[in-house]
Structure formats: C-alpha cells, structure tokens
Design a binder for this molecule. Structure first.
Ligand SMILES: [Zn+2]
Length: 338
C-alpha cells in the first residue's frame, strides 16, 4: 500500500470523477435493506454462477447477474427512491474530495418504470445536494449497444429534451464486438448536435478498431476504458493529437480479467506517451472501491509522483462535460489546493 502520508495526500487532492455508474439496483437494494432489514421484497442475493469461470463481456454480465439476481420489484423504482440513491452517491463525494462528478445511468428497468424523463428528473432532484456540498454535478445517459439503434435514438431524443435535468452527455456501452459504433452514428449525432458530450465504452472487451470508430464515426471526446488502444501505436498518437481522454477504471479492468495485475496495467505506458488519462471508479459498490483507492492502487503499482497525480485531475477537469469557464475554474481549484 502507499504510505499513510501519501494516502492522506490522495484523499485530500481535489478530484474529478468522470466514469461512475449509478448502480441503480445495488443502491436501491441497500436503501430498502437499511430501511427494513426484514423487507419481504428483498430476499437473498444468490450466486447463480461463478464469474471467474467466464471471460470478457460475458464475465461482466455474470458478475452483475451474480450480484443482482433475485431482482428488486418494480415498486422499488420510485422517484423518491431514485432521488435518495442519487443524493447518497453525491453525499459520498466530499469524503473523496471530489469537486465535480458525472454520474451515468442506463438502467433498462428504471427507464421503463419511470420513463426516461421521470428517471432524469428524479436524479436531478437527488443531485440538488451537490451545490450545498461544494461540487458540480452532471448526468450522463448510457445507451446499450445490444438494444439497438432505435432504442438508443428514442432514449437520446428524450435525454436531449430533458436539458433542464442536468444532463451533460451520452455514453454508448455494451457489447462492442457484435454491435459496432457505426450502427449508432445517427442517434449519437443527435446528441452531439444538441451540445451533449460524447463518451463511448470501447477498447475494453474488443480491440483498438472500436476506439478508432468511437473517435471518427461518433466524434467521442472521451473513451470509457480504451485500454486496448495500447495495441496500436498510431491510435495512441491520434488520441494525444486530438486530446481524447481515456476514462481508466483500474480495479474494474483487473476484476474483469482484462489486465492481469495493477502492475501490468497499460496506464503507465499511456502516461509515458502523453495520452490524456483520467482515473475513475466505474462501479464502486460492485467493486468495493472508491476514487481515492483507485488512485492509491495505481500510484503504488506505477510509482506515480504527486505531479502526475495532480495532472490526472487537471486532465479530468479539461475533459469534463462542462462549459469552458467551469472547466477552467475546476482546474484552478485543483492547482490552488495542491
Ligand atoms: Zn463503465
């Protein structure tokens, strides 16, 4: 582990979290359990299958299934409950010195029970706490590749119409291998034209071609994970030139078996080559992590200096889906406190 002084430094460093999922069902389960430990609707979590027996995207699905089996009833998906779990996620941010957070949501259940607009309104209400806690907040709407471009277009149209609900961007996620970026050009263009930021989960379970496509076909300014960009030196150069930031989530990559250990994570090479890198927590409840823990793990494994730790946060501030003035003031906050 990094020593205690270094850990205190990491915790106190002003941070920007760009890649964190709301983890709707996990948080709702915890909320109901806390209110009533004997809640008849909750039941026990069943480990149906051992995620370690599966690889790649299938492992992610198994991991989520194992954690979320015995699903919550529709009645758990109320506006008040969604507002409560969003408020809880925001309330955890000051403990990590997070000054700006972008929370992504793509829950099929939540969208179908509350409607896209209902879900986004509930999250906006829950995120109201952010200002009082001294941080800025934005929602990113995730659309899932395997549900096809029509559903993506419908959800994005509703997200664009919900500009009063703190929506700042759109994220494309899911099965990269079988549902390539090109299928989603039209819906993503709709989001881009409306001024929303574009981030794409790519180069995680499939190779560098998906990262090229995300940048050139979808105009993504950020890539979720993108770790397999390491296989293509020309792509790394292009990411540097265009200032496309990678949203690296170290524990997620290790737990899903995409890299064998923190010490072999390509983040060290990305940093050496000047690729814009940000560090994020992805699914902190599922993975049992925090943003500070992610930074500590990477610092220990790759011997990062304090200067690099500050630069990671400055890069994240510059890549945030915020107006230019707010990005600049976020950057100043980071530099002033360090
Ligand atoms: Zn993710």
């Amino acid at each position: 582990m990094v020593d205690a002084t270094e850990l205190s430094y990491i915790i106190a460093l002003p941070k920007v979290e760009l890649h964190v999922h709301l983890e709707t069902s996990l948080r709702l389960r915890r909320l109901l359990q806390r209110r009533d430990p004997d809640h008849p609707l909750i039941g026990q979590v069943h480990l149906i299958s051992d995620p370690s027996r599966f690889a790649g995207y299938d492992r992610l699905r198994r991991l989520r299934y194992a954690e979320r089996a015995n699903r919550l009833p529709d009645s758990a998906y109320t506006r008040a409950n969604i507002a409560a779990i969003t408020a809880e996620l925001v309330a955890e941010a000051p403990g990590q010195s997070v000054r700006h957070i972008e929370v992504r949501v793509g829950g099929q259940r939540a969208f179908s029970v509350l409607g896209v607009r209902g879900m986004l309104e509930a999250m906006a209400e829950g995120s109201g706490e952010a200002r009082r806690l001294g941080l800025s907040y934005g929602t990113i709407v995730t659309v899932i590749r395997e549900r096809g471009p029509e559903e993506a277009d419908r959800i994005i149209a509703e997200a664009v119409a919900a500009s009063d609900c703190a929506v700042v961007g759109v994220d494309l996620a899911g099965d990269e291998e079988n549902y390539p970026a090109g299928l989603f050009s039209a819906p993503i263009a709709r989001a881009r034209d409306a001024g929303l930021g574009i981030t794409v989960h790519a180069g995680e379970f499939a190779g560098p071609a998906g990262v090229w496509a995300a940048v050139y076909q979808l105009g993504a300014s950020r890539i979720g994970h993108g770790i397999r960009a390491i296989e293509d030196p020309a792509l790394l150069e292009r990411l540097c030139e265009r200032g496309v930031a990678l949203e690296i989530c170290p524990t997620s990559n290790v737990r899903l078996g995409l890299v064998s250990a923190m010490s072999t994570h390509p983040v060290g090479t990305f940093l050496k080559q000047g690729v814009p890198v940000t560090i994020n927590s992805d699914d902190p409840m599922l993975l049992g992590t925090t943003l500070s823990r992610e930074l500590a793990c990477i610092t220990r494994a790759h011997r990062l200096s304090r200067e690099i730790l500050v630069n990671l946060q400055v890069t994240a501030a510059r890549a945030a889906f915020l107006p230019a003035k707010k990005r600049e003031s976020l950057e100043r906050t980071i530099r002033l406190k360090t």
